[in-house]
Design a protein around this ligand. Structure first.
Ligand SMILES: [Zn+2]
Length: 369
């Protein structure tokens, strides 16, 4: 049976803004319309999605207590949304539970934590978040934190993983939590591979060989991760997928990011709303790469390390724009159709669609003490 899995989306951000996932939140993609959401439970069902990891994301700008509070808030929103829609979804922490849910026609909602800031410098907080249902942790986000450096930090703080970060890695191994290397610096990545006893995952990253971007992984990194049994889940963000597109929009993205910081401080201010809308519209005016680019990145990984180390990590609801043809989660089958068109066998497609990620998750959980 095919298990179609998305290893990373930022849907909890939309839940925190009040979106009702039991209803169709947005009729797909409307150019220039804001806010654009990419995920809800009904569109997941339409896209044939069996499981999705909802990211409990905190910004590196939040001070430790605020990050912890924000993480708890997002987790509570996910709990509430799942509880209100038990006919559609089930909160899930293990692959066997996920497969059982799929047989019963339920979509599995997993939680991952994006940025380790909410655990502060306290391993018992890590254990608490694990108990709350967090199954992976992206060690940091756009800036360095107490655990390691980010690939987009202006200056490295640790030149890799910090001494506390080494303790976090050991404890995550012990707890059977997956370590997510998306967003971390190259130096941090190599440290993680050195210290982690279990395979690691990149829940939403692309290939640097196809687009030189610090968020994308080099062939050496992908090969080393695969050798240790890990998996790279291809991100749908057009700027990571396509170098021409990225060159055209990088300046516009900077404007959008600065505007968003202002807008988030006071989302009800009409002037800020208008500036935010205009920033998104300017980006939407640039022609977007086709969703087939996602499959180009999959092809690249398959040629490099074989079919057992790649999957899908959309980053939906965390990205400003989507590839042409894949504007929301309801269109996920297009990737499956494109994989078939390129000659992948059904068993290979099952691995890419979710089998690989579930296998790594199972391994990591089985290695737990
Ligand atoms: Zn991310």
């Amino acid at each position: 049976m095919m298990f179609l899995l998305d290893s990373h989306c930022d849907a909890p951000l939309m839940l925190a803004k009040g979106a009702d996932f039991g209803r169709r939140v947005e009729q797909g993609y409307t150019p220039g319309k804001f806010p654009i959401t990419h995920v809800d439970f009904r569109r997941m069902k339409k896209g044939g999605v069996n499981g999705s990891f909802f990211a409990i994301y905190t910004s590196n700008a939040l001070q430790p207590d605020a990050a912890t509070r924000r993480a708890l808030e997002l987790i509570s929103r996910v709990y509430d949304a799942v509880e209100r829609n038990l006919d559609l979804v089930s909160l899930t922490t293990t692959p066997s539970q996920a497969r059982r849910n799929a047989r019963n026609g339920l979509i599995s909602i997993f939680m991952g934590m994006e940025n380790g800031a909410p655990i502060q410098k306290d391993l018992s907080m890590l254990r608490m978040f694990r108990r709350l249902g967090i199954t992976y942790m992206t060690l940091t986000h756009a800036r360095s934190n107490e655990i390691c450096d980010s690939c987009t930090s202006p200056e490295p703080r640790w030149h890799g993983v910090s001494p506390f970060g080494r303790e976090v890695i050991a404890e995550m191994n012990r707890l059977g939590m997956m370590i997510d290397v998306s967003h971390i610096s190259d130096e941090s990545f190599w440290d993680v591979l050195k210290y982690s006893k279990a395979p690691v995952v990149a829940t939403h990253s692309c290939c640097r060989a196809l687009n030189v971007h610090p968020r994308n992984m080099t062939d050496e990194m992908i090969s080393a991760m695969a050798e240790r049994g890990g998996v790279i889940q291809i991100n749908f963000y057009p700027s990571f997928l396509d170098s021409d597109y990225n060159a055209k929009v990088s300046e516009l993205i900077d404007v959008e990011e600065v505007t968003q910081v202002e807008w988030l401080k006071d989302p009800s201010d009409p002037a800020l709303q208008e500036r935010m809308r205009a920033a998104v519209e300017a980006m939407n005016a640039v022609p977007r790469p086709s969703y087939r680019k996602i499959v180009d990145h999959i092809d690249h990984v398959v040629q490099l390390v074989g079919v057992r180390h790649v999957g899908l990590g959309s980053d939906f609801d965390g990205i400003e724009t989507c590839p042409d043809g894949l504007e929301d989660i309801s269109r996920m089958q297009k990737i499956i159709i494109e994989l078939r068109r390129r000659g992948y066998s059904e068993s290979d497609i099952r691995l890419i669609a979710g089998g690989n990620f579930l296998r790594v998750m199972e391994t990591v959980q089985q290695m737990a003490d």
